[in-house]
Design a protein around this ligand. Structure first.
Ligand SMILES: *Cc1c(COP(=O)(O)O)cnc(C)c1O
Length: 283
């Protein structure tokens, strides 16, 4: 495997990370996961824009331009002959003596490497069960930060209990999953949490809203409670790796008729049709 380390593509075995990198010590950095279909990075511009936004929100100034970064990521895809999978990239604040505060002049560190996985078709066809938990995260969930401690605790808890994901509830309202956004449908209206500081505004989430517009399916970006979620006709979660994942059980309670919802499947189809038209875009 070839890994991008700042400006260089190096063999995995040759990568050297400094133990005083602030990403390693504090999780002081940000990241993205992009899906690769047929060797092309899907919605790459949107991911790069979000990456820059996250960086700037925590006071990191990426040394590369967006176009330079895009070129580097495309090299990673080519060099690794990546056709179906993903690419992970992150930027940390850089290397400095271990103190919470930092000097302004330190140089951020970028890494990018391929992820080998395929579409989770079995789960997409059968639906998944999820758990719920209090949303004990901070209130800047709009930043795709490397700090994922509570997210990983709750994802791990889900997996140890045979569930696919944990859905967070803040002040009685459903926010999102540990690494997914959530949608519910009741009486032919779809609802999802508004894009504010309490969720990470997924690229998949935004794409789904675009598709709903295009297909004239009614939706609202409006808060809903856990009870409303349990009473929904259909529920699904979205992310780069899951696409549209039907949810058929929440905290052991069956949703709708216990099978993936008809509209959920249709919306996934719309997304797959869109993915099929994929081509490289200029930034
Ligand atoms: C990355 C992420 C998502 C999904 O975003 P996509 O861009 O659709 O992959 C949702 N919630 C959280 C907390 C995330 O980190």
């Amino acid at each position: 495997m070839k890994v991008l380390v700042n400006n260089d593509l190096v063999r995995r075995e040759d990568v050297r990370i400094d133990f005083e990198d602030r990403g390693y010590q504090f999780g002081d950095g940000i990241y993205e996961v992009v899906r690769i279909y047929k060797g092309i990075a899907y919605e790459l511009n949107e991911h790069i824009n979000r990456f820059y936004r996250s960086a700037i929100e925590i006071g990191i100034t990426p040394p590369q331009s967006k176009n330079e970064l895009k070129g580097k990521l495309e090299e990673v895809i080519k060099e690794n002959k990546l056709l179906d999978g993903g690419i992970y990239f992150q930027m940390t604040r850089g290397v400095a003596p271990r103190k919470h505060q930092y000097e302004k002049g330190i140089t951020p560190n970028l890494i990018a490497y391929p992820l080998y996985f395929t579409r989770p078709e079995k789960q997409q066809n059968e639906g998944v069960s999820v758990l719920t938990a209090d949303d004990l995260r901070w209130q800047r969930c709009d930043i795709k930060s490397l700090n994922l401690l509570y997210n990983i605790m709750m994802k791990q808890n889900a997996h140890e209990n045979g569930a696919f994901e944990t859905i967070f509830i803040r002040d009685e309202f459903v926010t999102e999953g540990t690494s997914t956004n959530i949608f519910m449908m009741k009486d032919n209206v779809i609802r999802t949490h508004p894009a504010n500081n309490n969720i990470l505004n997924g690229i998949t989430r935004m794409k789904i809203l675009q598709l709903l517009n295009k297909e004239h399916i009614t939706y609202e970006e409006k808060l809903f409670t856990k009870q409303e979620l349990l009473d929904a006709d259909e529920v699904f979660i979205t992310s780069t790796t899951s696409e549209v994942m039907p949810v058929t059980k929440i905290d052991g309670q069956i949703i709708g008729n216990g099978k993936p919802g008809m509209n959920t499947m249709k919306i996934h189809e719309f997304l797959l049709e869109e993915i099929n038209t994929i081509q490289i875009e200029a930034l």
